[in-house]
Design a protein around this ligand. Structure first.
Ligand SMILES: [Zn+2]
Length: 267
């Protein structure tokens, strides 16, 4: 089984003491490639550096998460565009809207999102998108760029059936995380994932966040790791009524085409 984690925050401080061991455990679990999420002015350059240190295995995105939207100045925009000139940087983002936490004011979120959509339009690179409790504004802003931007994935999809179909109708891709394994708030996804066409479905851990609650034995720490992607795809396959090898192969092929990744070499 070859897996691609399309969303791993591997530059997070919690990996500083054992990042190599984390990567090795991921390889042993079948994770052959990862896209390292760049989500701030501080971490997007780190994501590129990590990808450059592991050519062909790690790739990066460059962007600013809505939580950090207040830092999206003109200088920041230029920095992101410079990062995107590197071939290891395979997508614009993480960007989007988050009205659940509102860590940055909503007008700042909308402005940073629009500027990053413009970058996607200018560079032709795909989009790695975040949306939480902001569906209507999110769709409205995306519509302004219709016809100018290319492929887009709504990462860590957690929304309703209506929101899922709104995304699929617009040919957006869907990223599924271990949120699926959360019996308190992810139960509805168990049914919804049956409706996602294989050629639109990708998988991700969002590590170190969102440790799947169904991992047994439950780790003593709360940190999620890319190796748990193998667990997520098993749960996802069961919910879709597919053989896990089929779900995994399809998600890998979809991710490779979406981000334009080469075939995995090592592993
Ligand atoms: Zn996110």
């Amino acid at each position: 089984m070859q897996l691609i984690d399309i969303g791993a925050n591997l530059t997070h401080d919690s990996f500083d003491h054992d990042r190599d061991a984390v990567m090795q455990r991921a390889r042993e679990a079948g994770v052959v490639q990862m896209v390292i999420t760049g989500a701030s002015r501080e971490h997007s350059p780190k994501a590129l550096a990590l990808a450059q240190a592991h050519p062909g295995e790690l790739f990066a995105t460059a962007g600013v998460h809505p939580h950090h939207a207040s830092e999206y100045t003109v200088e920041c925009d230029a920095e992101m565009r410079a990062l995107l000139a590197h071939e290891e940087v395979v997508a614009v983002g993480e960007c989007g809207l988050d009205y659940f936490r509102d860590f940055s004011p909503r007008p700042a979120q909308r402005r940073a999102f629009e500027m990053q959509l413009q970058t996607a339009a200018d560079t032709g690179k795909p989009l790695f998108l975040h949306q939480r409790d902001a569906h209507a504004d999110f769709v409205a802003i995306m519509r302004e760029f219709e016809g100018r931007i290319g492929r887009a994935v709504v990462h860590c999809f957690t929304g309703s059936r209506e929101e899922l179909f709104a995304c699929l109708d617009r040919d957006w891709y869907i990223g599924i995380t271990g949120w699926l394994c959360d019996e308190r708030r992810g139960q509805h996804l168990r049914e919804l994932v049956k409706s996602i066409p294989a050629e639109r479905l990708m998988i991700e851990t969002d590590a170190p966040y969102l440790l799947p609650r169904t991992v047994r034995p439950a780790p003593s720490h709360r940190r999620n790791e890319p190796m748990y992607l193998a667990h997520i795809v098993e749960e996802l396959a069961r919910d879709r009524g597919e053989d896990v090898a089929v779900t995994a192969a399809n998600a890998t092929a979809t991710a490779r085409a979406f981000f334009g990744l080469p075939a995995a070499t090592g592993a």
